[in-house]
Design a protein around this ligand. Structure first.
Ligand code: PLP
Length: 394
Protein backbone atom coordinates (compact mmCIF):
# COMPACT_ATOMS: atom_id res chain seq x y z
CA UNK A 1 0.00 0.00 0.00
CA UNK A 2 2.87 2.39 0.61
CA UNK A 3 3.14 3.06 -3.13
CA UNK A 4 -0.15 4.96 -2.81
CA UNK A 5 1.48 7.52 -0.53
CA UNK A 6 2.12 10.92 -2.02
CA UNK A 7 5.28 12.98 -1.79
CA UNK A 8 5.07 15.34 1.17
CA UNK A 9 6.00 19.02 0.93
CA UNK A 10 9.64 19.55 1.88
CA UNK A 11 10.29 21.47 5.11
CA UNK A 12 12.00 24.65 3.91
CA UNK A 13 14.08 25.14 7.03
CA UNK A 14 15.36 21.54 7.04
CA UNK A 15 16.24 21.90 3.32
CA UNK A 16 18.12 25.11 4.14
CA UNK A 17 20.01 23.37 6.95
CA UNK A 18 21.13 20.66 4.51
CA UNK A 19 22.41 23.32 2.08
CA UNK A 20 24.26 25.02 4.93
CA UNK A 21 25.93 21.78 6.04
CA UNK A 22 27.08 21.10 2.46
CA UNK A 23 28.61 24.59 2.05
CA UNK A 24 32.43 24.28 2.39
CA UNK A 25 33.03 28.01 3.10
CA UNK A 26 34.51 28.64 6.58
CA UNK A 27 32.84 32.04 6.78
CA UNK A 28 29.28 30.63 6.49
CA UNK A 29 26.61 32.03 8.83
CA UNK A 30 23.48 30.05 9.73
CA UNK A 31 20.53 32.34 10.46
CA UNK A 32 17.90 29.81 9.40
CA UNK A 33 17.67 27.32 12.21
CA UNK A 34 14.95 27.86 14.85
CA UNK A 35 16.88 27.09 18.03
CA UNK A 36 18.83 29.36 20.37
CA UNK A 37 22.59 29.29 19.95
CA UNK A 38 25.17 31.01 22.15
CA UNK A 39 28.14 33.01 20.86
CA UNK A 40 30.03 29.76 20.29
CA UNK A 41 27.21 28.45 18.10
CA UNK A 42 26.14 25.89 20.71
CA UNK A 43 22.62 25.19 22.01
CA UNK A 44 23.66 24.61 25.62
CA UNK A 45 22.00 22.57 28.36
CA UNK A 46 21.17 25.18 31.01
CA UNK A 47 22.90 24.80 34.38
CA UNK A 48 19.62 24.56 36.31
CA UNK A 49 18.42 21.83 33.94
CA UNK A 50 21.57 19.79 34.56
CA UNK A 51 21.17 20.14 38.33
CA UNK A 52 17.48 19.23 38.20
CA UNK A 53 18.23 16.20 36.05
CA UNK A 54 20.99 15.04 38.43
CA UNK A 55 18.55 15.43 41.32
CA UNK A 56 15.91 13.38 39.50
CA UNK A 57 18.40 10.60 38.78
CA UNK A 58 19.15 10.44 42.50
CA UNK A 59 15.62 10.64 43.83
CA UNK A 60 13.16 9.30 41.25
CA UNK A 61 11.95 5.88 42.34
CA UNK A 62 9.55 4.96 39.57
CA UNK A 63 8.96 5.67 35.93
CA UNK A 64 5.47 4.24 35.96
CA UNK A 65 2.73 6.14 34.12
CA UNK A 66 1.64 9.45 35.61
CA UNK A 67 -1.81 10.68 34.48
CA UNK A 68 -3.32 11.30 31.06
CA UNK A 69 -2.92 15.03 31.47
CA UNK A 70 0.51 14.82 33.11
CA UNK A 71 1.75 15.64 36.61
CA UNK A 72 -0.61 18.16 38.30
CA UNK A 73 2.41 19.87 39.89
CA UNK A 74 3.69 20.71 36.39
CA UNK A 75 0.34 22.31 35.56
CA UNK A 76 0.49 24.35 38.78
CA UNK A 77 3.97 25.77 38.13
CA UNK A 78 3.10 26.53 34.52
CA UNK A 79 -0.12 28.33 35.49
CA UNK A 80 1.89 30.43 37.91
CA UNK A 81 4.64 31.12 35.34
CA UNK A 82 2.35 32.11 32.49
CA UNK A 83 -0.81 33.41 34.09
CA UNK A 84 0.24 34.53 37.57
CA UNK A 85 -3.06 35.30 39.25
CA UNK A 86 -4.77 36.70 36.15
CA UNK A 87 -7.36 33.91 36.13
CA UNK A 88 -8.86 31.85 38.98
CA UNK A 89 -7.31 28.37 39.11
CA UNK A 90 -10.77 26.70 39.08
CA UNK A 91 -11.39 28.07 35.59
CA UNK A 92 -8.33 26.41 34.05
CA UNK A 93 -8.40 22.95 32.47
CA UNK A 94 -4.97 21.61 31.51
CA UNK A 95 -3.13 18.84 29.70
CA UNK A 96 0.60 18.33 29.38
CA UNK A 97 1.57 17.71 25.75
CA UNK A 98 4.59 16.75 23.65
CA UNK A 99 6.02 20.27 23.25
CA UNK A 100 4.18 23.42 22.26
CA UNK A 101 3.40 21.79 18.91
CA UNK A 102 1.50 19.02 20.69
CA UNK A 103 -0.48 21.66 22.58
CA UNK A 104 -1.41 23.45 19.36
CA UNK A 105 -2.45 20.18 17.75
CA UNK A 106 -4.67 19.26 20.74
CA UNK A 107 -6.15 22.78 20.80
CA UNK A 108 -7.14 22.54 17.13
CA UNK A 109 -8.63 19.08 17.72
CA UNK A 110 -10.66 20.31 20.68
CA UNK A 111 -11.99 23.20 18.57
CA UNK A 112 -12.82 20.80 15.75
CA UNK A 113 -14.82 18.62 18.14
CA UNK A 114 -16.72 21.59 19.60
CA UNK A 115 -17.15 23.58 16.39
CA UNK A 116 -16.58 21.44 13.27
CA UNK A 117 -16.95 24.35 10.84
CA UNK A 118 -14.67 26.70 12.77
CA UNK A 119 -12.38 29.00 10.86
CA UNK A 120 -8.97 29.46 12.44
CA UNK A 121 -7.76 33.04 12.05
CA UNK A 122 -3.98 33.32 11.80
CA UNK A 123 -1.62 36.25 11.46
CA UNK A 124 -0.11 36.80 8.04
CA UNK A 125 2.57 35.55 8.31
CA UNK A 126 2.65 33.04 11.13
CA UNK A 127 4.71 30.03 12.18
CA UNK A 128 4.26 27.68 9.16
CA UNK A 129 3.25 24.75 11.39
CA UNK A 130 0.04 26.59 12.37
CA UNK A 131 -1.64 26.42 8.94
CA UNK A 132 0.02 23.12 8.18
CA UNK A 133 -1.52 21.32 11.19
CA UNK A 134 -4.91 23.01 10.69
CA UNK A 135 -5.02 21.96 7.04
CA UNK A 136 -3.94 18.43 7.93
CA UNK A 137 -6.94 18.28 10.27
CA UNK A 138 -9.17 19.51 7.45
CA UNK A 139 -9.96 22.80 9.21
CA UNK A 140 -10.67 26.17 7.60
CA UNK A 141 -7.93 28.76 7.82
CA UNK A 142 -8.18 32.51 7.24
CA UNK A 143 -5.48 35.18 7.50
CA UNK A 144 -5.61 38.44 9.38
CA UNK A 145 -3.23 41.19 8.33
CA UNK A 146 -0.27 41.50 10.68
CA UNK A 147 3.14 42.45 9.32
CA UNK A 148 3.79 45.73 7.55
CA UNK A 149 6.71 45.04 5.18
CA UNK A 150 7.31 48.76 4.65
CA UNK A 151 7.90 49.63 8.30
CA UNK A 152 8.87 46.28 9.81
CA UNK A 153 6.08 46.87 12.36
CA UNK A 154 2.50 45.67 12.82
CA UNK A 155 -0.29 46.72 10.44
CA UNK A 156 -2.55 47.29 13.41
CA UNK A 157 -5.48 48.87 11.57
CA UNK A 158 -5.50 45.99 9.08
CA UNK A 159 -5.29 43.47 11.91
CA UNK A 160 -8.24 44.98 13.77
CA UNK A 161 -10.38 45.24 10.64
CA UNK A 162 -9.76 41.59 9.76
CA UNK A 163 -10.32 40.27 13.29
CA UNK A 164 -13.75 41.90 13.39
CA UNK A 165 -14.82 39.33 10.79
CA UNK A 166 -14.28 36.41 13.18
CA UNK A 167 -17.47 34.77 14.44
CA UNK A 168 -18.63 32.87 17.49
CA UNK A 169 -17.42 29.31 16.97
CA UNK A 170 -14.19 30.49 15.26
CA UNK A 171 -10.71 30.40 16.73
CA UNK A 172 -8.38 33.41 16.70
CA UNK A 173 -4.74 32.40 17.02
CA UNK A 174 -2.58 35.03 18.71
CA UNK A 175 1.13 34.97 19.52
CA UNK A 176 1.75 35.53 23.24
CA UNK A 177 5.09 37.29 22.68
CA UNK A 178 8.10 37.35 20.33
CA UNK A 179 6.10 36.86 17.12
CA UNK A 180 7.51 34.14 14.89
CA UNK A 181 8.54 34.76 12.09
CA UNK A 182 8.46 38.57 12.09
CA UNK A 183 9.71 39.71 15.53
CA UNK A 184 7.12 42.54 15.39
CA UNK A 185 4.86 42.70 18.45
CA UNK A 186 1.82 44.56 19.73
CA UNK A 187 2.07 47.17 22.46
CA UNK A 188 0.09 46.37 25.61
CA UNK A 189 -2.45 49.01 24.60
CA UNK A 190 -2.90 47.26 21.25
CA UNK A 191 -3.22 43.91 23.02
CA UNK A 192 -6.12 45.33 25.06
CA UNK A 193 -7.81 46.53 21.87
CA UNK A 194 -7.39 43.10 20.23
CA UNK A 195 -8.78 41.41 23.36
CA UNK A 196 -11.81 43.66 23.24
CA UNK A 197 -12.39 42.98 19.50
CA UNK A 198 -12.13 39.21 19.94
CA UNK A 199 -14.42 39.35 22.99
CA UNK A 200 -17.01 41.28 20.96
CA UNK A 201 -16.93 38.72 18.13
CA UNK A 202 -17.59 35.87 20.60
CA UNK A 203 -14.77 33.84 19.02
CA UNK A 204 -12.46 31.68 21.15
CA UNK A 205 -8.78 32.69 21.32
CA UNK A 206 -5.73 30.44 21.18
CA UNK A 207 -2.57 32.06 22.52
CA UNK A 208 0.64 30.40 21.38
CA UNK A 209 3.41 31.29 23.84
CA UNK A 210 6.70 29.65 22.93
CA UNK A 211 9.28 32.31 23.85
CA UNK A 212 8.42 33.61 27.33
CA UNK A 213 11.58 35.23 28.69
CA UNK A 214 13.18 35.84 25.28
CA UNK A 215 11.67 39.29 24.69
CA UNK A 216 11.27 41.84 27.49
CA UNK A 217 11.56 39.50 30.48
CA UNK A 218 9.56 36.69 32.04
CA UNK A 219 6.65 38.78 33.35
CA UNK A 220 6.49 41.36 30.57
CA UNK A 221 6.42 38.56 28.00
CA UNK A 222 3.41 37.02 29.74
CA UNK A 223 1.50 40.32 29.92
CA UNK A 224 -0.39 39.93 26.62
CA UNK A 225 -1.37 36.34 27.43
CA UNK A 226 -2.70 37.48 30.83
CA UNK A 227 -4.81 40.20 29.21
CA UNK A 228 -6.27 37.78 26.65
CA UNK A 229 -6.91 35.16 29.35
CA UNK A 230 -8.72 37.55 31.64
CA UNK A 231 -10.65 39.55 29.02
CA UNK A 232 -11.76 37.09 26.35
CA UNK A 233 -14.61 34.75 27.27
CA UNK A 234 -12.95 31.50 26.19
CA UNK A 235 -9.22 31.10 25.80
CA UNK A 236 -6.85 28.25 25.00
CA UNK A 237 -3.15 28.65 25.74
CA UNK A 238 -0.49 26.49 24.09
CA UNK A 239 2.82 26.88 25.90
CA UNK A 240 6.25 25.48 25.09
CA UNK A 241 9.20 24.96 27.46
CA UNK A 242 11.51 24.08 24.56
CA UNK A 243 13.16 27.50 24.26
CA UNK A 244 13.07 29.10 27.70
CA UNK A 245 14.36 25.93 29.38
CA UNK A 246 16.45 24.84 26.38
CA UNK A 247 14.87 21.36 26.46
CA UNK A 248 13.82 21.13 22.82
CA UNK A 249 14.14 17.37 22.46
CA UNK A 250 12.38 16.53 25.73
CA UNK A 251 9.08 17.63 24.15
CA UNK A 252 7.68 19.65 27.04
CA UNK A 253 4.54 21.71 26.63
CA UNK A 254 1.11 22.29 28.09
CA UNK A 255 -2.33 23.27 26.90
CA UNK A 256 -4.69 25.31 29.07
CA UNK A 257 -8.38 25.78 28.38
CA UNK A 258 -9.86 28.67 30.32
CA UNK A 259 -13.60 28.40 30.72
CA UNK A 260 -16.01 30.87 32.27
CA UNK A 261 -17.83 28.41 34.55
CA UNK A 262 -17.09 25.20 36.41
CA UNK A 263 -19.34 23.03 34.22
CA UNK A 264 -17.66 23.91 30.92
CA UNK A 265 -14.25 23.73 32.56
CA UNK A 266 -14.93 20.13 33.64
CA UNK A 267 -16.07 19.22 30.14
CA UNK A 268 -12.95 20.82 28.66
CA UNK A 269 -10.79 18.95 31.17
CA UNK A 270 -12.36 15.60 30.28
CA UNK A 271 -11.97 16.35 26.57
CA UNK A 272 -8.28 17.21 26.96
CA UNK A 273 -7.67 13.91 28.77
CA UNK A 274 -9.62 12.06 26.05
CA UNK A 275 -7.63 13.74 23.28
CA UNK A 276 -4.31 12.86 24.92
CA UNK A 277 -5.53 9.26 25.26
CA UNK A 278 -6.43 9.00 21.58
CA UNK A 279 -3.28 10.63 20.26
CA UNK A 280 -0.45 9.36 22.46
CA UNK A 281 -1.90 8.28 25.82
CA UNK A 282 0.44 9.76 28.42
CA UNK A 283 2.44 12.90 27.69
CA UNK A 284 6.25 12.89 28.09
CA UNK A 285 7.23 13.37 31.73
CA UNK A 286 10.96 13.96 32.00
CA UNK A 287 11.08 17.55 30.71
CA UNK A 288 7.95 18.47 32.67
CA UNK A 289 9.51 17.11 35.86
CA UNK A 290 12.73 19.04 35.20
CA UNK A 291 10.73 22.26 34.76
CA UNK A 292 8.72 21.56 37.93
CA UNK A 293 11.88 20.82 39.92
CA UNK A 294 13.41 24.12 38.79
CA UNK A 295 10.36 26.28 39.36
CA UNK A 296 9.57 24.82 42.80
CA UNK A 297 13.10 25.33 44.14
CA UNK A 298 14.03 28.96 44.91
CA UNK A 299 17.76 28.45 44.25
CA UNK A 300 17.31 26.56 40.97
CA UNK A 301 14.68 29.01 39.84
CA UNK A 302 16.97 31.93 40.40
CA UNK A 303 19.87 30.19 38.59
CA UNK A 304 17.57 29.45 35.66
CA UNK A 305 16.30 33.03 35.58
CA UNK A 306 19.85 34.45 35.52
CA UNK A 307 20.78 32.23 32.61
CA UNK A 308 17.56 33.07 30.76
CA UNK A 309 18.16 36.78 31.37
CA UNK A 310 21.72 36.51 30.02
CA UNK A 311 20.34 34.76 26.93
CA UNK A 312 17.73 37.46 26.43
CA UNK A 313 20.20 40.28 26.98
CA UNK A 314 22.66 38.69 24.55
CA UNK A 315 20.01 38.70 21.81
CA UNK A 316 19.07 42.31 22.58
CA UNK A 317 22.72 43.36 22.32
CA UNK A 318 23.02 41.64 18.94
CA UNK A 319 19.85 43.42 17.77
CA UNK A 320 21.21 46.83 18.77
CA UNK A 321 24.60 46.11 17.22
CA UNK A 322 23.05 45.00 13.92
CA UNK A 323 20.64 47.96 13.76
CA UNK A 324 23.51 50.40 14.52
CA UNK A 325 25.81 48.82 11.96
CA UNK A 326 23.13 48.87 9.25
CA UNK A 327 22.24 52.49 10.02
CA UNK A 328 25.91 53.43 9.61
CA UNK A 329 26.48 51.41 6.42
CA UNK A 330 23.21 52.24 4.62
CA UNK A 331 23.03 55.76 5.97
CA UNK A 332 19.32 55.21 6.61
CA UNK A 333 16.94 54.14 9.36
CA UNK A 334 15.42 51.40 7.22
CA UNK A 335 16.57 48.62 9.55
CA UNK A 336 16.02 50.40 12.87
CA UNK A 337 13.08 48.04 13.50
CA UNK A 338 15.63 45.34 14.32
CA UNK A 339 16.25 46.96 17.69
CA UNK A 340 12.52 47.28 18.36
CA UNK A 341 11.66 43.70 17.44
CA UNK A 342 11.74 41.12 20.20
CA UNK A 343 12.51 37.42 20.44
CA UNK A 344 14.74 35.16 18.44
CA UNK A 345 13.51 36.18 14.99
CA UNK A 346 13.21 39.22 12.76
CA UNK A 347 11.94 39.46 9.23
CA UNK A 348 14.23 41.76 7.28
CA UNK A 349 11.85 42.51 4.41
CA UNK A 350 14.33 41.43 1.69
CA UNK A 351 13.21 39.86 -1.59
CA UNK A 352 13.81 36.13 -2.23
CA UNK A 353 16.37 37.16 -4.88
CA UNK A 354 18.39 39.13 -2.34
CA UNK A 355 18.13 36.24 0.15
CA UNK A 356 19.58 33.96 -2.54
CA UNK A 357 22.28 36.49 -3.42
CA UNK A 358 23.33 36.70 0.24
CA UNK A 359 23.62 32.93 0.34
CA UNK A 360 25.53 32.58 -2.95
CA UNK A 361 27.88 35.54 -2.54
CA UNK A 362 28.34 35.71 1.25
CA UNK A 363 27.40 32.26 2.62
CA UNK A 364 24.69 33.89 4.74
CA UNK A 365 21.79 31.45 5.18
CA UNK A 366 18.33 32.72 6.03
CA UNK A 367 14.80 31.50 5.28
CA UNK A 368 13.40 32.62 1.87
CA UNK A 369 11.02 35.13 3.48
CA UNK A 370 14.14 36.85 4.95
CA UNK A 371 13.51 35.70 8.53
CA UNK A 372 16.75 35.66 10.48
CA UNK A 373 17.51 33.94 13.78
CA UNK A 374 19.27 36.67 15.77
CA UNK A 375 20.89 33.98 17.95
CA UNK A 376 22.68 32.68 14.85
CA UNK A 377 24.87 35.81 15.04
CA UNK A 378 27.69 36.85 17.36
CA UNK A 379 29.55 40.13 17.85
CA UNK A 380 32.05 39.14 15.11
CA UNK A 381 29.51 38.07 12.48
CA UNK A 382 27.13 41.05 12.89
CA UNK A 383 29.42 43.39 10.86
CA UNK A 384 29.82 40.68 8.19
CA UNK A 385 26.04 40.34 7.84
CA UNK A 386 25.50 44.10 7.88
CA UNK A 387 28.11 44.63 5.14
CA UNK A 388 26.55 41.86 3.03
CA UNK A 389 23.06 43.38 3.36
CA UNK A 390 24.28 46.94 2.75
CA UNK A 391 26.20 45.76 -0.33
CA UNK A 392 23.22 43.92 -1.85
CA UNK A 393 21.14 45.67 -4.49
CA UNK A 394 18.10 46.18 -2.26
C1 PLP B 1 5.53 30.11 17.37
C2 PLP B 1 5.88 28.75 17.85
N1 PLP B 1 4.96 28.04 18.51
C3 PLP B 1 5.21 26.81 18.98
C4 PLP B 1 6.44 26.23 18.80
C5 PLP B 1 6.57 24.83 19.37
O1 PLP B 1 7.75 24.42 19.84
P1 PLP B 1 7.96 22.96 20.43
O2 PLP B 1 6.95 22.05 19.84
O3 PLP B 1 9.34 22.60 20.03
O4 PLP B 1 7.80 23.08 21.91
C6 PLP B 1 7.44 26.92 18.13
C7 PLP B 1 8.75 26.32 17.87
O5 PLP B 1 9.50 26.69 17.02
C8 PLP B 1 7.15 28.22 17.65
O6 PLP B 1 8.06 28.95 17.01
Amino acid sequence: MFEALQDQPKDKILALMALYRADPRDSKIDLGVGVYKNAQGITPVMGAVKTAEARLVQTQESKSYVGLTGDPAFADVMVELILGDAVAREQIAHAATPGGTGAIRQAFELVKMASPDATIWMSNPTWPNHPSIAKYLGMNVADYRYFDEATGGVDFDGMCADLKQAKRGDLVLLHGCCHNPTGANLTLEQVCKVASIVKTTGATALVDIAYQGFGDGLNDDAAATRVYASEIDEVLIAASCSKNFGIYRERTGILFAIARDAGTKDRAQATLAYLNRQNFSFPPDHGARVVTTILEDAELRSAWLSELEATRQGMLDLRTQLADELRRLTNSDRFDFLAVHRGMFSRLGLSPEIVEQLRDDHAVYMVGDSRINIAGLNAQTVPVLAAAIAGAKI
